[in-house]
Design a protein around this ligand. Structure first.
Ligand code: F6P
Length: 324
């Protein structure tokens, strides 16, 4: 392998720049050329790229977002799109790819690699943490800290006005962000797609905590939760049934994807990406790298995409205890 390509795809996540830096630096260390493609698969299709050397990734370890930009490419879903991408890689002389993104990125990578026999290694980068084969994805820790900081601020005003706040957080169909930030921010209730609390039980719990002397409360709602149609309808339902509570809704939105990456995310990105380059140079392909019990582990795309990263039920249990 003489040239390795790298790209970031799907929703961006803090730490992606640290990941790009680690790929470029590892390539420089092992005397391999490194090419960065812009906007994920779209840049591969359009031949939109930049050569990265050790110096071109200076000072990006601390920056949020991704210098290579990110996209969800519709063209790459088509065989014609993938053929164009493979032709460009051949033309430029790229022998293997490091793909930084979520499960959509890995699905595309698996098909592409099988069709054109180009070795690829996936690196999990998404704030959602919804990837099997790793305990943590790049960006998740930073997003948790962003959410907890925001909820701490909401708690101040909730407490001043004796209000009940519903705070919606991201995560797509997974409740990792909600569950972990909810425990970290001391939420009264945490609503996640993996566990159906039920509207009655939610009301019961809120009434119980009011009776026990709580005058304000925070309920963290994962965007994928199915309890109410959406967080506003949920808030309306609670207002109708508990008219003595002044209810407000805050949707945190895309701020959860931005910001300076935490040390944890930078280190995670650095470890995974050095390993990704080393695995390619050792002849490995079609796997994703992850962290399992603080060891770097490679998991085949087949297994990683089939399995589900389960939430930690222990957190749900202690959250009930702690909101007493
Ligand atoms: O996958 C990351 C994520 O931020 C999800 O949590 C969220 O559902 C989605 O991306 C939002 O996507 P977009 O940036 O396209 O609105």
């Amino acid at each position: 392998i003489r040239t390795i390509g790298v790209m970031t795809s799907g929703g961006d996540a803090p730490g992606m720049n640290a990941a790009i830096r680690a790929v470029a630096r590892a390539c420089a260390y092992y005397n391999v050329k490194c090419i960065g493609f812009y906007r994920g698969y779209q840049g591969m299709i359009e031949g939109d790229y930049i050569e990265l050397n050790a110096r071109s990734v200076r000072n990006i370890i601390s920056r949020g977002g991704t210098i290579l930009k990110s996209a969800r490419s519709k063209d790459f879903i088509t065989p014609e799109g993938r053929k164009k991408a493979a032709d460009h890689l051949k033309e430029i002389g790229v022998d293997a790819m490091v793909l930084i993104g979520g499960d959509g990125t890995f699905k595309g990578g698996k098909i592409f690699s099988e069709e054109f026999e180009i070795p690829v290694i996936g690196v999990p980068g998404t704030i959602d943490n919804d990837i099997a084969g790793t305990n943590f994805t790049i960006g998740y820790d930073t997003a948790l800290n962003t959410v907890v900081e925001a909820i701490d601020k909401i708690r101040d005003t909730a407490s001043s006005h004796d209000r009940l706040f519903f705070v919606e957080v991201m995560g797509r169909d997974a409740g990792f962000i909600a569950l972990n930030s909810g425990v970290g921010a001391g939420a009264e209730e945490i609503l996640i797609p993996e566990e159906d609390l039920g509207l009655e039980r939610l009301l019961e719990s809120l009434k119980r905590s009011k009776r026990s002397g709580k005058s304000s409360s925070i309920v963290v709602v994962s965007e994928g939760d199915k309890i109410g149609k959406n967080v506003y309808e949920l808030a309306d339902y609670v207002t109708e049934n508990m008219p003595d509570y002044d209810v407000r809704v805050t949707v945190l939105g895309h701020m959860q994807r931005g910001g300076t990456p935490s040390c944890f995310d930078r280190t995670l990105a650095s470890r995974l990406c050095v390993k990704a380059v080393e695995l390619l140079l050792d002849g490995e392909k079609n796997v994703m790298v992850g962290i399992l019990n603080n060891e770097i582990a490679a998991t085949s795309f087949d297994r990683g995409l089939k399995e589900k990263h389960s939430i930690n039920k222990e957190l749900l249990r202690i959250s009930d205890i702690l909101s007493t």
